[in-house]
Design a protein. Structure first.
Ligand code: NI
Length: 168
């Protein structure tokens, strides 16, 4: 496995809409493994392929407690089946926007469907951190970021800061 560089704000790649994965082959599974290694090293609980520069609908997650057995998930071509009506507020971070946290209210539960590493369709009902993290990562597949939940003024401040950092 290899650790990959993570794309950060303001790289326009993060705004791309990712295309469906068409074939689950060795190269795709290697990418998923590398993404997991990158995510654990960061450390983070989720990573979308676009965050390592690959515009495909692929993401990895592990929302297990730090001291618990790892529970890596590889999620290919996810789709929301149903969003719950209750909401949950959580202070979200993003490996592509280091040191920025945004309090985001999202549906607290959802059912989603995805293709697994085995090529089979899985349907999962999620709540808690998994529900939040899946929605965050699925936003990445559509080019959406946590700063989009901020007011325009606050978003501009964050983007300006990252542009300045990128210029060195
Ligand atoms: Ni993120």
């Amino acid at each position: 496995m290899a650790k990959l560089p993570i794309v950060t704000l303001p790289d326009p790649v993060l705004r791309q809409v990712s295309k469906p994965v068409e074939r689950i082959d060795a190269a795709l599974l290697k990418l998923a493994d590398d993404m997991l290694e990158t995510m654990y090293a960061a450390p983070g609980i989720g990573l979308a392929a676009i965050q390592v520069g690959v515009p495909r609908r692929l993401l990895v997650l592990d929302v297990a407690d730090k001291d618990a057995t790892p529970q890596p998930l590889t999620i290919i071509n996810p789709e929301i089946v149903k969003l719950g009506s209750e909401t949950r507020s959580y202070e979200e971070g993003c490996l592509s926007i280091p040191e920025v946290h945004v309090e985001i209210e999202r549906p607290a539960t959802l059912a989603f469907r995805y293709t697994g590493r085995d090529g089979k369709i899985h349907e999962v009902s999620a709540d808690g951190l998994l529900a939040t993290a899946v929605q965050h990562e699925m936003d990445h597949l559509d080019g959406k970021l946590i700063i989009d939940f901020l007011s325009r003024l606050r978003r501009d401040i964050v983007v300006r800061k990252f542009k300045k950092i990128a210029r060195g």
